[in-house]
Design a protein around this ligand. Structure first.
Ligand SMILES: [Fe+2]
Length: 419
């Protein structure tokens, strides 16, 4: 059996990548190691702290802030290993400390967001297909130049090869342990994550009830949240019904209609534009995402789309209305602005979206070739998004501490927006 196990895993992964029915299985063979605390679904008045213990003694978690007269105590027995505590009625814009005593001792802190009407800036770290050893050099490079991130956004395939708990602990939670202890992380579902779907939904606690802004989706596979002046929409083109009458598309339209943030970023795993390790002209998830998601996102003036799946970096100019195969891309017809500094005229300006492929935060497989792409890089790296009411600034940082691509989007009347 031990010799057969890798073959069985590989077989299951291949089945999960190719099958129409997308079967899932539980990684019953995960190694039960401790997982350090990490923050999820952080808003101005709520947060979640998750961690993993093993053993048989009790633990006590204490949470407090100088701004909050209420000190919170949580007692845990050891009959379970995974802990997920929800904090509510927190004070906005406050530094909270937490500390565990007992069998597993740890401590950390997090900052609640400002009240939504005052929350006017944010800095987001974006990583795509980061589930390989290359993540360590990418994060080291980025963190020497940038820090104080408000959140982390993962574009899926966060732990190769099957997103098992052991692989997540080793390839994601361990290298990012320090930043995860104080910075909330959000993710889209990658096809390799979906190979261990139950693990994925157990490890994370995404804001499916609208607790961080946005319309409640009641799903941790597709959902939305606000981060400062940015509304972020997480979609799925792999494991979710994408029909017009399906729950996700109905929710997406409602969420975009009610969104009043200055900026909107949409993301999912399977890039709609790319030819490299995958082909957006031929593969079902990539084709469907371009034909189904893109028209809706452009209809509501989404500013930026982030995807992974192909292991390289690429971006389009500001384009509009290209939903067909690559040979139908006509720069005269579909390109609205050349950039790299783009201007839109109001919050839901429908005149263009920039599509970015970021699948190179863990490994690289060569450049993506697609006529819609104006920049391509075969480099390990991640993205830093800086947003305020006036501009959205996007930098691709490679693992040599260099800014390998940089563009901005401004809005002419953004100062008039209300949060
Ligand atoms: Fe993928």
């Amino acid at each position: 059996m031990p010799r057969l196990f890798p073959l069985i895993l590989t077989g299951l992964l291949l089945i999960s990548c190719k099958s129409e029915n997308k079967p899932y299985y539980v990684d019953r063979y995960a190694t039960p190691i401790n997982r350090s605390p990490y923050i999820q679904s952080l808003s101005h008045n709520s947060a979640k702290i998750l961690w993993q213990n093993k053993g048989e003694s009790e633990s006590l978690l204490t949470v407090w802030s100088e701004n909050d007269p209420s000190t919170r105590h949580f007692y845990f027995d050891s009959r379970k290993n995974d802990f997920n505590i929800s904090l509510s009625d927190l004070i906005p814009n406050s530094k909270y400390f937490y500390k565990s005593t007992g069998e597993r001792e740890f401590k950390g802190f997090f900052h609640t967001r400002k009240a939504p009407e005052q929350d006017e800036s944010c800095k987001i770290l974006v990583l795509g297909d980061s589930g390989s050893d290359g993540l360590r050099s990418v994060y080291k490079s980025i963190s020497t130049k940038f820090n104080n991130f408000d959140s982390i956004l993962l574009l899926g395939d966060n732990a190769y090869t099957v997103g098992s708990e052991d692989q997540y602990n080793r390839l994601f939670f361990s290298p990012l342990r320090k930043i995860l202890s104080s910075t909330p992380v959000y993710s889209v579902l990658g096809n390799h994550d979906a190979a261990s779907m139950l693990t994925y939904t157990r490890l994370f606690a995404f804001p499916k009830h609208g607790e961080c802004g946005g319309v409640p989706s009641k799903s941790e596979i597709y959902y939305s949240y606000n981060n400062g002046p940015v509304h972020i929409v997480v979609l799925d083109a792999f494991a979710t019904n994408m029909s017009k009458q399906g729950k996700m598309i109905k929710w997406l339209r409602k969420d975009l209609l009610e969104n009043d943030k200055a900026w909107t970023i949409a993301c999912w795993h399977h890039t709609p534009y790319g030819k490299g390790g995958h082909n957006s002209d031929a593969e079902e998830e990539l084709v469907k995402s371009r034909k189904i998601f893109n028209p809706i996102l452009e209809e509501y003036g989404v500013d930026l789309v982030l995807n992974g799946h192909i292991h390289s970096y690429a971006r389009t100019e500001m384009i509009h209305g290209h939903f067909g195969e690559s040979k139908s891309y006509d720069r005269d017809k579909h390109m609205k602005q050349t950039g790299p500094h783009y201007l839109k005229y109001n919050q839901k300006d429908k005149n263009g979206t920039v599509y970015v492929l970021l699948g190179c935060s863990g490994k690289i497989d060569g450049k993506s070739k697609h006529p819609a792409h104006i920049r391509q890089k075969n480099q390990l790296g991640g993205i830093v998004v800086d947003a305020d009411l006036n501009s959205l600034d996007i930098k691709f940082i490679n693992n040599q501490k260099s800014i390998a691509d940089h563009f901005t989007i401004s809005k002419a009347n953004s100062l008039m927006f209300s949060n």
